[in-house]
Write a protein that binds this ligand. Structure first.
Ligand SMILES: O=C(O)CCC(=O)C(=O)O
Ligand SMILES: [Fe+2]
Length: 377
């Protein structure tokens, strides 16, 4: 796989020792700047002892046709969890509609499929957005959890849920070498933190100032986002990044986005902080298992509010024909049905809409997620 690494790209600071909460707040959270935190942050997590097989001297983690043995341990422990998977069918053309398929299966089946796909070389399988903690708490009362949220990220309003059954934003990602997440921005400009338990990932991050440059038509904020750096760089080399009317594929400002691209390789044990409203892509350079949370607090709540307004507007525009039909069929009460319809669509697309947003704010005002004294100690 071409990792596309060039020495001229901006990089992301790796802290060689753990910082205090105040330093994290002043240097990364408030300035909205990414960083990589060292193993010290998570060294007590049981996941590192329980999921990593003991080294026997014949360790062949990076072998091409065998899945990392940590996956079998996950399957034994959490085999009955339901997990969403993305199957990339390598026999289909890269730009074919049939190249990617989504399914929901038990973890034991996902791991078996992944091992088989790796052996045959026909597909790559990525378990994404697996609600490991939520399912564990719902399935077992004696949970012996594989990790605890580090205190640097404890002021988290998105995962301060009222009941275990409530939706949350705590995930595990597990995929074979070459699986990836295409360029995206996290839901409603939330932050993310992500810790690699197994394997190496390459991250490419674009600050909010590069946002319009990532669009196929930069003047249209809803036009297609570039999927990944490697394919865009191929188009660039082929001279295709120009207007469609002149034989190109669009993305005329891609070079400006690349001038701001920050790139880093994250090793096992390291944790990345992804700031609010930064687009990013992630490629698993080896078989990888990572834990991540989307989160927010008073530092990015204004941006979350703004992005919720934008999502509602975008949905209203997309279904404006429905609005007209409703107006005509019930000129007096159409607004109620219209508002409910828009909110339902927004919630289905993004996890929650206004009700979920204000519930979250209220829940955190009534029951703060942590005490100042605990995060500062
Ligand atoms: O690890 C991945 O594939 C994606 C993770 C991600 O996008 C995030 O943590 O925000
Ligand atoms: Fe993300």
């Amino acid at each position: 796989m071409d990792q596309g690494t060039t020495s001229s790209r901006l990089t992301i600071e790796k802290l060689d020792k753990l910082c205090s909460y105040d330093e994290f707040l002043d240097q990364y959270l408030i300035p909205n700047k990414p960083c990589i935190l060292p193993f010290e942050l998570v060294k007590e997590w049981p996941a590192f002892k329980e999921w990593l097989p003991a080294l026997d001297g014949n360790d062949d983690r990076e072998a091409d046709d065998f899945l990392d043995p940590a996956f079998a341990i996950l399957a034994t422990r959490y085999g009955n969890h339901e997990v969403p998977i993305v199957i990339e069918n390598l026999r289909e053309e890269e730009d074919s509609e049939d190249r990617f398929e989504r399914q929901e299966v038990h973890l034991s089946q996902a791991v078996a499929m992944m091992a088989e796909a790796k052996k045959t070389g026909n597909a790559r399988i990525y378990i994404k957005d697996w609600h490991m903690i939520r399912q564990e708490r719902m399935l077992r009362s004696d949970t012996n959890e594989p990790y605890t949220t580090p205190s640097l990220f404890a002021d988290d309003w998105m995962n301060n849920v009222k009941s275990e059954a409530d939706d949350d934003f705590r995930f595990c990602y597990a995929g074979s070498a070459g699986t990836r997440t295409v360029i995206h921005r996290d839901v409603y400009t939330s932050y993310s933190w992500s810790t690699n338990i197994v394997g190496k990932k390459i991250w490419r991050l674009f600050p909010p100032t590069a946002k319009t440059h990532l669009r196929q038509f930069p003047q249209n904020a809803n036009s297609e986002l570039a999927r990944g750096v490697e394919e865009m760089e191929k188009h660039r080399t082929a001279g295709k990044l120009k207007a469609i009317s002149t034989g190109g594929v669009g993305w005329p400002e891609w070079k400006k986005a690349m001038d701001q691209c920050h790139e880093v390789v994250q090793e096992s044990g390291e944790t990345i902080f992804v700031p609010s409203d930064w687009h990013h892509e992630v490629i698993n350079l080896t078989d990888c298992i990572s834990l991540n949370h989307n989160w927010c607090n008073s530092c990015n709540i204004k941006s979350m509010y703004k992005s919720m307004c934008e999502e509602v507007e975008k949905t209203e525009e997309a279904i404006s024909d429905v609005r007209q039909m409703m107006q005509e069929s019930d000129p007096l009460k159409w607004q109620i049905e219209w508002t409910e319809t828009v909110q339902r669509i927004v919630a289905a697309n993004a996890g929650w809409a206004w009700e979920g947003f204000w519930d979250m704010v209220l829940q955190n005002l009534e029951n703060p997620p942590c005490e100042v004294s605990t995060i500062k100690s």
